[in-house]
Design a protein around this ligand. Structure first.
Ligand SMILES: [Zn+2]
Length: 222
C-alpha cells in the first residue's frame, strides 16, 4: 500500500511532487479541505451542518473531519494507496489517523518530510510572478520560465509586478508558523520510525520525484 503524507513547508514543492506521484502510481490525492468543500457543495446532511457551523464562526470538529476521512479512505480507489493532504495537522489528529488506519487494516505508510531551508524557500517563493492581467506564471529562477523582456508579460504585454503576494516579511512569518505548528508532528513520526527526510534545497522537481520513488519502492508494501 502506498499511503503517503508529505510534510512540506511553503515553497518546498509539495504540489508538484504530489501530482507526479498520483499520476505514476494511479492513487488519489485526498485533501481534507476538498472533502469539506465537496460535502458542502453536495448539500448532504453533514454538509449542511458544516455550513451552519462555519456560518456561526465555529471550527469544524475533528469528529466531522474523521467521519469524512473514514468514508473517503474506505473508497475502492484508495485501497492501494493515496496521498493525504492537509491532514494530520496536529498530534491529536495524528493519533486519530493512526486509529483510522488500524480500523481500516491499512498500514501506516510513509511520512515524507520535504526539508528545505528558510532561505532557499524564500528565494523560490519570491521568484514566482503571476501576471495580474492574464494569469500567466513565471519563475525567475528558471531561464525558460522567465519573461523574455524583463518585467513585461510575454502573453499580454502588461507590466509584471516584481513580487507575488508574499514579501520577505510575510513569507518568513508563514514559514516560521508552519514549522512551529508542524514540528511536533515531525517528532511524532520520527519516534514511530515513520519519517523519511529528503533535503530538497539543491534538488530540482525531477530529482525530488526520483528520491520519493526510491522511498516508495524500498518500502515493503502489503
Ligand atoms: Zn499577461
Amino acid at each position: 500500500m502506498k499511503n503517503i503524507i508529505f510534510i512540506a513547508p511553503p515553497a518546498a514543492g509539495k504540489g508538484t511532487v504530489s501530482a507526479k506521484v498520483c499520476e505514476k502510481y494511479n492513487i488519489p490525492h485526498i485533501s481534507t479541505g476538498d472533502l469539506l468543500r465537496d460535502e458542502i457543495a453536495h448539500e448532504t446532511k453533514l454538509g449542511i451542518e458544516i455550513k451552519e457551523a462555519m456560518a456561526k464562526g465555529e471550527f469544524v470538529t475533528d469528529e466531522v473531519i474523521t467521519k469524512l476521512l473514514k468514508k473517503r479512505l474506505s473508497a475502492k480507489d484508495a485501497k492501494k494507496g493515496f496521498i493525504l493532504d492537509g491532514y494530520p495537522r496536529n498530534i491529536t489528529q495524528a493519533k486519530i489517523y493512526d486509529e483510522l488506519l488500524n480500523e481500516l487494516s491499512y498500514e501506516m505508510g510513509m511520512v515524507i518530510f520535504l526539508d528545505i531551508s528558510k532561505e532557499v524557500a524564500m528565494e523560490r517563493a519570491l521568484s514566482r510572478i503571476v501576471c495580474s492581467k492574464c494569469g500567466l506564471s513565471y519563475n525567475l529562477l528558471v531561464k525558460e520560465l522567465s519573461p523574455i523582456k524583463d518585467g513585461i508579460c510575454d502573453a499580454c504585454g502588461s507590466n509584471l509586478k516584481a513580487r507575488t503576494d508574499d514579501n520577505e516579511e510575510t513569507f518568513i512569518k508563514r514559514f516560521d508558523t508552519y514549522m512551529k505548528e508542524t514540528y511536533p508532528l515531525i517528532e511524532y513520526y520520527e519516534k514511530k520510525n515513520n519519517l523519511v527526510k529528503i533535503n530538497v534545497n539543491d534538488k530540482s522537481a525531477d530529482e525530488v520525484f526520483d528520491e520519493v520513488n526510491k522511498i516508495i519502492n524500498n518500502k515493503k508494501t502489503k
